[in-house]
Design a protein around this ligand. Sequence first.
Ligand SMILES: *Cc1c(COP(=O)(O)O)cnc(C)c1O
Length: 372
Amino acid sequence: MNQIPLVDLKAAHEEVADEVRTGFERVLADTAFVGGEEVRRFEREYAEFGDVAHCVGVANGTDALELALRAVGVGAGDEVVLPANTFIATAGAVSRTGARPVLADCLPDGYLLDPQAALDAVGPATRAVVPVHLYGQCAEVTGLAGRLPGRVRVVEDAAQSQGATRDGRSPGSGGIAATSFYPGKNLGAYGDAGAVLTDDEELAGLVRAIANHGGVAKYRHDVPGFNSRLDGLQAVVLRAKLARLAGGNAARRAAAAHYDTLLADLAAAGRIVLPATAAGNIHVWHLYVVQVTGADRDDVVGKLNAEGIGAGVHYPAPVHLTPAYRHLGHTRGDFPNAEQAAERILSLPLYPQITPDQQQRVVDALADALRG
Ligand SMILES: *Cc1c(COP(=O)(O)O)cnc(C)c1O
């Protein structure tokens, strides 16, 4: 059967295969395996793309978030507010700083952190709030930051939003953001990689130091640190793919608009809810997520997968209902929007190279699956 994957990494590789091969040869010739010229170039190019002054390449997105949190002073005894509906790594990064994750509900449309719920979750121990730019569009940052007490910093989880803006503002601009270059992200490495993005030179320097055993000069350790650095080989891949990212994001937008058209009848019939884009957002469609309202979601996913269609669920359980965070003491009903989303959401295949024919097949299979 002709499969339609959720994400087509083979198609993405074909576009950069030659550049990656010659770039790898450069790195092999220089033996610049950790850091080095390719990493420096990538950091400069990504900072320019992402409209921030500084990009610090690190080992993965979870580390990037932990490093950003540590750089703004988050540590043991602090609380950090984050949405209940996110990839578990957002909570994991908070836990690793020694701080306590405090959850807040999402908005019912668009699944982004509800700014009022986040403000309501702020207490005397709160040191940071982490809006997650989920599925490729930015959560509210500027308005939220303006309403927080001065000691509370906003640290953005931009793992799914490379190239996205809200009211013309990029993640990390005027603050600090973390992103991930996990292979399936809009900008994906060939292994793990991530970055911290900020306009603040001091924060960038601190991140660079913590991620390099506590100092940027060899055998000088100014702060307690650990090892989280970007590899030269990954930087080669990321540079080649970054040159195509704006085009890839535009192709994702076109494909998302095409899904909207193809799915309009199912939405009008109340079988599904289409994704909503918040005002002021340039969405980069990391994922195209519909809500299944007219059938059992897991049943629909099973039927699509049986037809060779790589539909997925991002994510099947909100943070408070995963065993790892049972100790936070929440029960079902505490975050109703996040819980309802987890029961109904379904991600359809979406990648820059997806064809209208493939999208038609996805929609036909979805219509069949909803019919029962
Ligand atoms: C992918 C992702 C991360 C973690 O990134 P890794 O590179 O896998 O560590 C964090 N937050 C969100 C929202 C993500 O999607």
